[in-house]
Design a protein. Structure first.
Ligand SMILES: NC(=O)c1ccc[n+]([C@@H]2O[C@H](COP(=O)([O-])OP(=O)(O)OC[C@H]3O[C@@H](n4cnc5c(N)ncnc54)[C@H](O)[C@@H]3O)[C@@H](O)[C@H]2O)c1
Length: 285
């Protein structure tokens, strides 16, 4: 059985990653800065990832790391704190993995590395699209993408950074958030009406763990369609994206945030669609 450390294990996405990997037979060790449950958790380490020594100890003996332990935005913190929570913590994870001999890592980058979608010269956005982070959050993610390339080159590590669209957690509040952006069509334009269920993020992490691809890669990650009944090109017209041409060949799956690369390289595809996600979960989930 492989031992995998999941950072951010108490977060909206981390919980789904722990659940999916656990069901797939991995021994999962959760790491987060939040307190453990009162009943005690043997497979959990409370740790702030800015503590480099602690990260080394937490990763020792693991076969892989899934790093999702950072805030999903920088809006409630100063620039220095945001950089430390995103870039320094991410560096600590890469460096600790190197120190303890872990070769395979998946981590959370963000759609924000592309910046303002209205300024993209072409849609859909692919991994080759221009990068223009609007602030320290996206800039820290981009810095880690660069660091991942170097760690892979220097130390023979295999590191996948997922440029995540808006994540919908598998919780009542996650479903309420999805309902809000579905009901108010104008709200989703910042992510080109793309989205992804946290359980699909988890299967992408699993796909990377189980692949034999070497080196560092970045992958866009989103569901295969927009979260509206209206077609993507109509949304673009309606919300002022008229000058952005759509490359028809890549737009055929309905999304404006292309996931062709991960589908081709890892055979991954999203299982959850916004219509089914809005329904209350079944007993199996
Ligand atoms: N939510 C989104 O829509 C979205 C979109 C793109 C990328 N991401 C990325 O996905 C990752 C997870 O996001 P999420 O939405 O699950 O956020 P979340 O806030 O629900 O979960 C993050 C978890 O990480 C923990 N954490 C944060 N800083 C830490 C630190 N220094 N040490 C230890 N634990 C720490 C938090 O306590 C929390 O439990 C983040 O890296 C985020 O940037 C999220």
């Amino acid at each position: 059985m492989k031992r995998i450390v999941v950072t951010g294990s108490k977060g909206g996405t981390g919980r789904s990653i722990v659940s999916v990997l656990g069901k797939a037979g991995y021994e999962v060790i959760g790491v987060d800065r939040l307190a453990p449950e009162p009943y005690g958790e043997s497979d959990y380490i409370q740790l702030d990832l800015r503590d480099a020594t602690g990260v080394n100890d937490a990763l020792a003996g693991a076969d892989g790391v899934i790093h999702f332990g950072s805030p999903p935005a920088d809006c409630n913190m100063g620039t220095t704190e945001a950089f430390s929570m995103l870039a320094v913590a991410g560096f600590n994870v890469f460096q600790a993995a190197r120190n303890v001999g872990i070769k395979r890592i998946a981590w959370a980058s963000s759609i924000e590395v592309y910046g303002d979608m209205e300024k993209q010269p072409q849609l859909p956005v692919t991994e080759e699209s221009p990068l223009c982070p609007p602030g320290i959050y996206g800039s820290s993610k981009l810095l880690l993408e660069r660091l991942a390339l170097d760690y892979a080159r220097w130390y023979g590590m295999s590191i996948a950074g997922f440029r995540l669209s808006r994540i919908i957690y598998n919780t009542p509040s996650g479903r309420a958030k999805l309902k809000r952006i579905v009901d108010d069509e104008g709200l989703g334009g910042d992510c080109l009406w793309s989205y992804i269920d946290a359980r699909d993020v988890a299967t992408a992490c699993q796909a990377w763990l189980e692949s034999d691809h070497q080196g560092a890669e970045v992958f866009n990650l989103a569901a295969a369609n927009v979260h509206q009944d209206v077609a993507a090109n109509i949304l673009l017209d309606k919300y002022g994206y008229r000058t952005t041409p759509i490359r028809e060949s890549k737009a055929s799956d309905g999304t404006l945030f292309s996931t062709g690369k991960i589908r081709e390289m890892l055979g991954w595809q999203a299982r959850y669609d916004w219509r089914t996600m809005l329904k209350p979960p079944s007993n199996q989930e």
